[in-house]
Design a protein around this ligand. Structure first.
Ligand code: APR
Length: 320
């Protein structure tokens, strides 16, 4: 049987890391696409040359021709510009919206059966625009944010409790921005909910609040340190987890930006929610119950996403 084909649209920091991870995990053959001359070819060749020592079987190709992504099983989109210090994800809207149009059309023409994972920011609005421009089914287009946000939350919690990150599971809902909603009540250490750990004296409410805030600011913390771009190792790893769930029909329950039409009381909007990812793409959304406070935070986040979607419609009237 032929190996799956993974197309990476954007061969920058995240794109290159995605290619390296996909090859090392032998998820399939990799096509790196970018408009920057020589970059996709150079990175593909460099990673291919790591194959003999690493011992993986995967073909890598760099290209600036959309025809080369033909028949891709998975497309992961990072094309666009990242943040610089002082910029919010929303500041990227105008530039990256134009990029989503070109990418959406390229995918529609060459890989209409692919499972598409968008990473480009501002995430929830960009995945919405990418779906609109591509016309692909909603269950085959999603955005990577929740896996990354909850990974950051899990990392910080593991440091606080002095336990393995493997035993921490955490939940983050809402848009991928300052309004994201880390759900303390649904986050656990080996099944023990965080509020119980406060009662047990393992941490305090104040410390948990600070960790929630650090999670919300997780992207900006990295931008502030790197200065020349944004995070790429953890974002790439998170998207690979989602791609693997699809390619191997794992039915993983992962938070990601998915099309909600009825779920969570929403009428047609991409926002971060818990989903089941398997061979059918986004197969199911876990429409969990929220407390009043959680609902208020979620609504606030949803309104921020709606504002960005409206801004997209204002910039490109074909989306209105
Ligand atoms: N088509 C294809 N590639 C494009 C296009 C386009 N129309 N426009 C820009 N690119 C490419 C750039 O040439 C660059 O190589 O997208 C790549 C982006 O790479 P980086 O600048 O290194 O950005 P990266 O850190 O990978 O982040 C990409 O993901 O997390 C988000 O906010 C981040 O929106 C940003 C995206």
């Amino acid at each position: 049987m032929a190996r799956p084909k993974i197309a990476l649209i954007g061969a920058g920091q995240i794109g290159g890391t995605l290619a390296h991870l996909a090859a090392m995990k032998e998820l399939g053959d990799v096509v790196l696409f970018d408009i920057a001359e020589g970059i996709p070819e150079g990175k593909a060749l460099d990673i291919a040359e790591s194959g003999p020592a690493e011992g993986f079987d995967a073909a890598l190709k760099g290209t600036s021709d959309y025809a080369d992504i033909a028949g891709a099983d998975v497309c992961i989109v990072t094309a666009g510009v990242p943040r610089k210090p002082g910029m919010s994800r929303d500041d990227l809207l105008g530039i990256n919206l134009k990029v989503m149009k070109a990418v959406g059309e390229g995918i529609a023409a060459n890989a209409p059966d692919a499972f598409v994972i968008c990473i480009t920011n501002p995430l929830d609005a960009m995945v919405w625009a990418l779906r609109e421009f591509s016309g692909l089914p909603h269950n085959k287009v999603c955005g990577m944010a929740g896996v990354l946000d909850s990974a950051r939350f899990r990392h910080f919690l593991s440091l606080e409790f002095g336990v393995s990150m493997k035993d921490v599971s955490a939940f983050v809902l809402g848009g991928h921005g300052d309004t994201m909603v880390p759900l303390v009540r649904y986050s656990t250490v080996a099944g023990i909910p965080l509020p119980d750990l406060v009662e047990m004296g393992w941490t305090t409410k104040e410390k948990l609040d600070a960790i929630v805030q650090r999670t919300r600011d997780g992207g900006a913390e990295i931008v502030g340190l790197l200065k020349t771009g944004s995070a790429f190792y953890a974002p790439a790893t998170s998207a690979i987890e989602m791609a693997e769930a699809y390619l191997k029909d794992q039915k993983r329950l992962l938070p990601c930006a998915a099309w909600c039409d009825g779920e969570f009381g929403l009428k047609g909007l991409y926002v971060g929610v818990p989903t089941v990812i398997g061979a059918g793409g986004i197969e199911r959304i876990a429409d969990i119950k929220m407390t009043k406070d959680e609902q208020a935070m979620f609504d606030n986040s949803v309104n921020a996403v709606k504002g960005l979607v409206e801004a997209c419609k204002g910039i490109d009237t074909s989306l209105a």
